[in-house]
Design a protein around this ligand. Sequence first.
Ligand code: COA
Length: 182
Amino acid sequence: MKTVVSDLRIRPMILDDLPVVISIDRLSFPIPWSERSYRYELQQNPAAHLLVAEKIENGLAGLVGYIGYWFLIDEIHISTIAVHPEHRRGGIGRQLLEAALGHGIGLGATVATLEVRISNEAAVNLYREFGFEIVGRRRNYYRDNNEDAWLMTLEGLGAEQPEESGGVAWVRRRNSRPSPRK
Ligand SMILES: CC(C)(COP(=O)(O)OP(=O)(O)OC[C@H]1O[C@@H](n2cnc3c(N)ncnc32)[C@H](O)[C@@H]1OP(=O)(O)O)[C@@H](O)C(=O)NCCC(=O)NCCS
């Protein structure tokens, strides 16, 4: 892994985070999630997990990004990930994805899946860095512009995981290898 933001803390999202999360969501997506959707994910959806990244500056924590995933049986599906535009390209997205995969492995996930706009080069590059591969194309997936989505998967998640690592060590090891294709 190249960039590590040392003053970054990743923790579970709570309801009090929603105003900032929703503002980053609006800056990041053509079809942002509503507050109601986030509340449903946090309070009612048993499969949903949401993490936030806080940057610590002068002892103060500022929320700069978040990631969501659903865990079902042996699979995590990345439902959302965004970093505030002013904080992009500093390794925060990478750390959020690493944390989500690590948590997922800890829950028993062996595969990770996601959909991404085919034009979203930043996200596709990030996912490829972790070893995600394009396995399908969903036509007209996004309702704002009928853009297609790539379906990407990462198989063999946690295969080399030591019992005590909770999965994070596996993700770190995997990411310390040369990027498969960037
Ligand atoms: C995708 C996103 C979360 C990446 O977050 P980030 O903090 O900027 O990403 P990182 O700094 O950790 O970048 C990690 C790697 O991703 C790739 N990447 C990130 N931004 C990129 C860009 N603008 N162009 C090309 N590659 C990019 C690079 O491989 C990068 O590694 P490098 O900086 O060493 O070259 C961010 O761009 C974002 O919030 N986008 C809007 C929301 C979105 O599209 N989410 C994805 C939904 S599927």
